[in-house]
Ligand binder design. Sequence first.
Ligand code: C5P
Length: 242
Amino acid sequence: MSLATPAVSDMRDRLIVALDVSNASTAQSLVKRIGEAAGIYKVGLQLFAAEGPGFVRDLVHSGRRVFLDLKLHDIPNTVSHAVKAAVQMGVHMITVHAAGGNAMLRAATDAAGDQLTVLAVTVLTSLTDEDLHEIGVSGRARDQALRMAALAQGTGCKGIVTSPLEAAALRKALGESFTIVTPGVRPAGAERNDQARTATPVEALESGASHIVVGRPITHAADPAQAVNAIIAEMEQARISR
Ligand code: C5P
């Protein structure tokens, strides 16, 4: 299943809810409360390590589109087999680290075929320029993100995950149809939690994001479905033509 950029009107399909909780019953109760108000649910390392592929398969079988955010980074053969397992689970999107290199990215996109959208993480937003120097990457994090994004696009990845603050430069470099997913999004007036550099849904979409990831402002809300609907109402204010 490929991830075509949804019509501007389908904001539900551009909102990814991060299910960053530690067990299946909490996640299932959130999904039940939110239902179809959001189009895509993200299962990351925390929930996957706790509950495994059985939980993911159940979520897929319940009719939800699932973004499996495992940020794979290993030798090409291992990543290829992991992506094939994700295809079997029926997930919609998966993440790999662009830093895994050309052969690994090609192994991932070959294994995914047109069944699954492979998104590359360019540079973790938790890394500063100094952190990158320490691991042998010279130059600025932003330049490295552009380099990694070009590599991802050239090896068949359908999109990237990046900070909303870099989305504009990346959108310009990568063209209109590439998927750009941005976390670190906070509805107007919401708490930032531990996200230092945030953007509102409108800012993220107008600067180039095709999809936004939102976690705690939804999962910690007294009424998660209402929080989702409020975010979608905000997204609908964005002036975008993509
Ligand atoms: O709760 P919050 O909205 O901050 O959750 C953001 C989600 O996006 C989390 O699942 C987090 O792991 C993910 N993420 C991020 N920053 C990145 C990459 C992923 O916050 N650079």
